[in-house]
Write a protein that binds this ligand. Structure first.
Ligand code: SF4
Length: 552
């Protein structure tokens, strides 16, 4: 088979002198792998694993899987082995990966901001019910995430996904991870620009393209034309943010190098304006810089945010223009970020006179059965489609005004309320110890219990307070961007025993008040003590706030 992989064109890299100590940047000539992840990707393009899953592994079973595929290249197909049940968080850092591995998989299905028809929601529900022990979570990257998947079922699942235009390709791995698109693209009455065609073009051209299948690490994309900046652009590797140029009209500003985890950075704004039909080219330019100049020596430094921090946005823009686009971009002062909610919960106007309705599954947890019930409700009320949100929520699109009340009642019955409490609306949780091999603590069930308790203790809270619950320092549920950010770790209880708990980060936010939640050393709480800890925080805030003062 011909090797279709990308080979660096050294003639075009003119900007950067080669340092003495290499960081594994291909553009500087460091093409030899400097760690085992890089070696694995060099040994075989991870995209090739799809053929082996279909032809061999699904037929011969789990034990036939090459370990380099199982714990490496499978990720490019949206597949990870899940955590063996019953291994406590204290063992996470001690055991080898193979000791934590179960024989079942997590599968992540990307939606990339697409409108899911009732038939697609039904298909997603059936997969959960028939192949995933009725699991299905809505993630904060607009994915549906299944658990308990068996390798034998993967081709059948892919066929079913394909039949409704969905896929798990490159949903994990050092690849173009699922794109965040505005959940109200093309329909919101207050939209600046509809970016749907640009996201579709990026997907059509570059998803599964060997030229973009080997980044230094994950590469996250966000695109929104909505004034609320509803796709968390501040914390993505590349973000396209709708803005209006005084001469050229609606288009996008470009932000680069955002990300959370242990070294959080907000994205830098390039201060440019690009039209809708150039978004895909600029995406390829930014992704190309990451691929060619990104640091590959240490995984902990291999995100784009480190390169942007070292270069600065001026140099990044210059390299983008000179080496990747071959032209200068139009300058524009970046727009100010908005205040307020970005989750679209509740009933809102569409530009065509219909309504859209944001609903709140608790911490993103749904199930195959619940998705099937949602598909029934959508069919019954003639709902055009659904989109997932970066807040683990769902937005129903194209609702006739006359059916809104009946729709809301039916949604309440199935447990997907458009009128949730603050706590159900504003709490997110990552996968946690139930399935994640990196987890130290439980997150989903702990969040359910916390929400139920806070709804009793603060039933009529009059101001939003966000709570993000994470099972380890990796911040998949965005620890540092919540009012109350919880990072899972072992802590000491009153008797000096190590138990599940959280390091607390306070005062995080995105938008106009963008700020990383501050880690307060003294604020560590046991999982058991979490209800009382949050209660004390909220009680103090309510007692001491001044008029109009938010928790942030
Ligand atoms: Fe797993 Fe940690 Fe991410 Fe939670 S934050 S899903 S525990 S890696």
């Amino acid at each position: 088979m011909a090797d279709r992989r990308y080979k660096p064109d050294f003639a075009k890299f003119t900007q950067i002198p080669r340092p003495k100590r290499g960081e594994g940047q291909w553009a500087l000539g460091y093409t030899e792998p400097l760690n085992k992840n890089e070696q694995s990707k060099k040994d075989d393009d991870p995209l090739n694993v799809r053929g082996r899953i279909i032809a061999t592994y699904s037929k011969k079973g789990f034990d036939s899987i090459d370990p380099a595929d199982l714990r490496g290249r499978f990720r490019w197909m949206g597949l990870y082995t899940q955590r063996k049940p019953g291994i406590d968080g204290g063992k996470t850092a001690i055991l080898e990966e193979e000791e934590l591995d179960d024989r079942y998989f997590m599968m992540r299905v990307r939606t990339d901001g697409a409108l899911l028809s009732p038939a697609a929601v039904r298909a997603l529900g059936e997969i959960g019910r028939d192949h995933a022990r009725d699991t299905a979570d809505v993630t904060d990257r607009e994915n549906i995430q299944y658990h308990w998947i068996e390798i034998e079922d993967v081709p059948t699942i892919w066929d079913k996904l394909d039949s409704v235009g969905l896929q798990s390709l490159e949903a994990c791995g050092d690849s173009p991870r699922p794109f965040l698109g505005s959940p109200v693209a093309g329909i919101a009455a207050d939209e600046i620009i509809d970016g749907t065609s640009a996201l579709e073009e990026i997907k059509r051209r570059y998803l599964g393209d060997p030229a973009f299948s080997n980044f230094p690490r994950k590469f996250k994309t966000s695109l929104t034309g909505h004034p609320s900046h509803d796709t968390a652009p501040e914390i993505n590797d590349v973000a396209f943010v709708g803005t209006v140029h005084p001469e050229h009209g609606p288009g996008f500003d470009v932000w680069v190098g955002g990300g959370l985890s242990v070294n959080p950075h907000f994205a830098g704004k390039l201060g440019v304006w690009i039209p809708l039909d150039e978004v895909a080219d600029v995406w390829a330019g930014v992704a190309g810089i990451f691929r060619d100049y990104g640091y590959r020596r240490l995984r902990s430094k291999a995100r784009l945010k480190f390169l942007v921090a070292d270069w600065g946005v001026e140099k990044f823009r210059e390299v983008l223009e000179k080496e990747y686009l071959g032209k200068e971009l139009v300058s524009l002062e970046s727009p100010a970020s908005p205040l307020g909610h970005r989750d679209h919960i509740g009933v809102h106007d569409q530009k065509d006179g219909k309504k859209y309705v944001g609903i709140a599954p608790t911490v993103g947890r749904v199930s195959g059965t619940l998705l099937l019930a949602l598909a029934d409700v959508m069919d019954k009320h003639g709902v055009a489609g659904a989109r997932l949100t970066p807040y683990q929520k769902i937005v129903l699109i194209g609702v006739e005004a006359t059916v809104v009340d009946a729709l809301l009642d039916d949604l309440d019955v199935v447990g997907l309320s458009a009128r949730p409490s603050n706590w159900r609306r504003n709490t997110m949780a990552c996968t946690g110890i139930e399935f994640c091999k990196l987890a130290i603590v439980d997150t989903k069930q702990r969040s359910f219990d916390l929400i139920n308790e806070l709804e009793k203790r603060f039933p009529g809270l009059d101001t939003p307070i966000t709570v993000n619950v994470n099972g380890c320092p990796n911040a998949c549920a965005r620890t540092q961007s919540a009012d109350i950010g919880l990072k899972g770790q072992l802590v000491l209880d009153d008797e000096g025993n190590q138990v599940e708990g959280f390091q607390v980060h306070l005062g995080g936010a995105l938008g106009a008040q963008a700020n990383f939640g501050r880690k307060l050393r003294a604020h560590k709480v046991t999982s058991k003590g979490l209800d009382d800890y949050v209660t004390a925080l909220v009680t103090n805030y309510l007692a001491q706030r001044e008029a109009g003062e938010t928790f942030t």
